[in-house]
Design a protein around this ligand. Sequence first.
Ligand SMILES: C[S@@+](CC[C@H](N)C(=O)[O-])C[C@H]1O[C@@H](n2cnc3c(N)ncnc32)[C@H](O)[C@@H]1O
Length: 209
Amino acid sequence: MSWGGCKGVAHFRVGDILNLDDICFDEFDIIITSRCLINLTSIQDQLKAIKNIHLALKPNGIYLMMENFIEPLQNLNNARSRYNLEPIEIRWHNLYINQEQFLDQISNLFSVVKIDNFASTYYLISRTLNAILNLKDNKVDYNSTLNELAAKLPSLGDFSPEKLIVLKKYNYYRLISIVSLHRRHSNFMGFIIIRSLTLLGRANEQKVY
Ligand SMILES: C[S@@+](CC[C@H](N)C(=O)[O-])C[C@H]1O[C@@H](n2cnc3c(N)ncnc32)[C@H](O)[C@@H]1O
């Protein structure tokens, strides 16, 4: 194996995303998952994984989340229905994420930097037009010229179940717990300080991006 410029810099460890024993706090600048959360078996586990990722990131750390979502699959299946194509089912071992609900649930932990539907046009063409052409032969040609051409087009719309969401760790979260100690002395002051920190945290996010 060639290490290139990574020798002494990159280290590989195998770990369970649901078990923090393997993870240091505030250790990573960037964390990437690629179709990992969708292989967890419950929404509770997916949220636990997200909390672990949040803890493992350094302040201002970035989480690159490349996972599969329910809404674009519905959009894709709506497009397929125009051609009388059967809906694509989610395979039994995958738990796709409800994007809207999910972003709401993690809104205390991360700000959304970018949502990149990088494969949308490819999915739309490969799962509609290419699927229809394939129906004639009754076999799917994943390497068809149409798919190759579709992959070169700009990505438009929200038709790819797999997408990249770039999230940035909120840092005020931890400050809130420190400040909450003061609430014993004055609930009202505690509330004012917590609200200020929350707004400050959001203002800072906007400055950076
Ligand atoms: C669908 S595969 C994706 C593989 C590869 N990242 C890709 O995108 O082609 C799901 C991956 O999630 C990993 N995975 C599942 N549960 C995990 C857990 N609890 N902790 C860490 N990784 C896990 C599996 O080992 C597998 O490599």
